[in-house]
Design a protein around this ligand. Structure first.
Ligand SMILES: Cc1cc2nc3c(=O)[nH]c(=O)nc-3n(C[C@H](O)[C@H](O)[C@H](O)COP(=O)(O)OP(=O)(O)OC[C@H]3O[C@@H](n4cnc5c(N)ncnc54)[C@H](O)[C@@H]3O)c2cc1C
Length: 397
């Protein structure tokens, strides 16, 4: 029998809520401390590889996700300057045949809501807003988590799911600020009726160019259309959620083919993200305190896996606690041992994929030639290790 523990999760993003859901279902009591005044997510898209659908299956959330997701027909790449097709990999049944699970895309807020609903259905989960974690202490018996404002919350363990700028990581790993990549992402979402039919695509379509790319795909059963424009820039403010500079964006895409410029012109206001990651680390645990999601292994978005890896973390954490019968310090060691090489591989491979998307000169020619010669294995099947995912029940056998 695993004893029921009182667990504290710092951060109510996708990773924190996924952890709360997994841990409460294992019989633990979980308090989620979210700094924002309300639970919510910004409006933007998230791609979900087959490895993440495998986790939804494990969590019994497949139907809830299917109800709001969109399932693209293919994953394609075109050259942004010439419009030529570089590669297209069919998804749909092909992805299911290859990996056992589909490839989908979802509105971030919808995915967050799926986890929020799952948590609200569990009486053992306490969801708190306006609760910013400021500090923590631990001893052999438990943790005391200090909130901004002075309140102290007691528990048996703390899971820092507080994202890229994690306060918990500062104390546990202490490796300074994240690495600013020099790349920025501008994101916007259009309603279906605002996208002219000749610009609509049911694919996840990436237009790659020198130090730039645009990716677009439908969301929410095809009712919305997500656009993400990425380019190298040194004009940015640190942090998330600022507004983009449309003049700079247009200048960066001035050489793009007309459909791309036309699409970009449909957006009046962009939200901007300064893209950061970190070098992988082997240890993100200290006794009764561990990290999860972006707090543990922030990655560039080029493989579209950050949220997915956070969800995998949550599942593995649940399995580790079960395996160690609630011995938290031991379970946290098992959890990070199983996770650090896989998440580190995604972090490093994502950087490499950024180079591929933004290639110029001979690199670009080589990329196009390799993909066009049918070597999509290099692009999609080459990621088999990632999309096949993890088998939760076999991790600690
Ligand atoms: C442009 C872009 C595109 C992306 N595309 C994809 C994609 O297609 N697929 C994919 O899987 N991933 C994608 N990602 C990555 C994904 O968004 C992140 O990896 C994911 O959101 C991480 O979730 P998280 O819960 O770990 O952190 P976050 O989402 O950052 O959540 C952290 C939460 O903690 C709260 N918090 C912070 N500090 C404190 C504190 N001190 N006390 C209490 N609460 C606190 C925050 O308010 C927030 O709610 C993308 C990222 C970007 C920037």
């Amino acid at each position: 029998m695993t004893p029921s523990l009182q667990l504290i999760v710092a951060g109510g993003g996708i990773g924190g809520l996924a952890a709360a859901c997994v841990l409460a279902r294992s019989g633990h009591r979980v308090t989620v401390l979210e700094q924002a005044a309300a639970f919510g997510e910004i409006g933007a898209g998230i791609q979900l590889g087959p490895n993440i659908f495998r986790m939804f299956d494990h969590l019994g959330l497949t139907q809830a996700v299917h109800d709001v997701a969109f399932f693209p027909a293919g994953l394609g790449m075109n050259d942004v300057r010439t419009g030529e097709k570089v590669v297209r990999v069919p998804l749909g049944e092909t992805a299911v045949a290859a990996y056992g699970y589909p490839y989908g895309v979802i509105y971030r807020a919808d995915l967050h809501q799926v986890f929020l609903d799952a948590c609200r259905a569990l009486p053992q989960v306490v969801l708190r807003t306006a609760s910013r974690v400021d500090s923590f202490e631990q001893d052999r018996g438990g943790v005391r988590v200090g909130l901004a404002g002075g309140e102290v919350v007691h528990g048996h363990a703390l899971i820092g799911a507080d994202g890229l700028w994690s306060r918990v990581r500062e104390a546990v790993v202490g490796d300074g600020k994240p690495r600013v990549s020099g790349h920025v992402a501008y994101r916007a979402v259009l309603k279906r009726e605002d996208v002219p039919p000749h610009l609509w695509s049911d694919d996840v379509l990436l237009w790659g160019g020198e130090k730039t790319h645009l990716v677009h795909y439908p969301l929410r059963r095809g009712e919305l259309f997500n656009l993400v424009a990425v380019f190298h820039s040194n004009k940015y403010d640190e942090g998330w959620n600022t507004f983009g500079n449309t003049a700079e964006l247009n200048e960066r895409f001035s050489q793009a083919v007309p459909p791309v410029r036309e699409l970009l012109g449909k957006i009046e206001t962009w939200k901007m993200w300064v893209l950061c990651d970190r070098d992988p680390v082997k240890n993100w645990t200290d006794g009764r305190v561990t990290l999860l999601g972006d707090a543990a292994h922030p990655m560039l978005q080029y493989l579209a896996q950050g949220a997915g890896q956070a969800i995998e973390d949550a599942v593995v954490l649940g399995e580790a606690l079960r395996f160690c019968r609630g011995e938290v310090a031991q379970a946290f060691q098992h959890y990070q041992r199983v996770r650090y090489l896989r998440t580190g591989r995604v972090q490093l491979t994502a950087r490499f994929y950024g180079e591929i998307y933004h290639a110029a000169g001979v690199q670009r020619e080589l990329r196009n030639q390799m993909f066009q010669n049918g070597a999509e294995a290099a692009g999609f099947a080459g990621l088999k290790w990632m999309y096949e995912g993890i088998a939760p029940h076999q991790l600690f056998e």
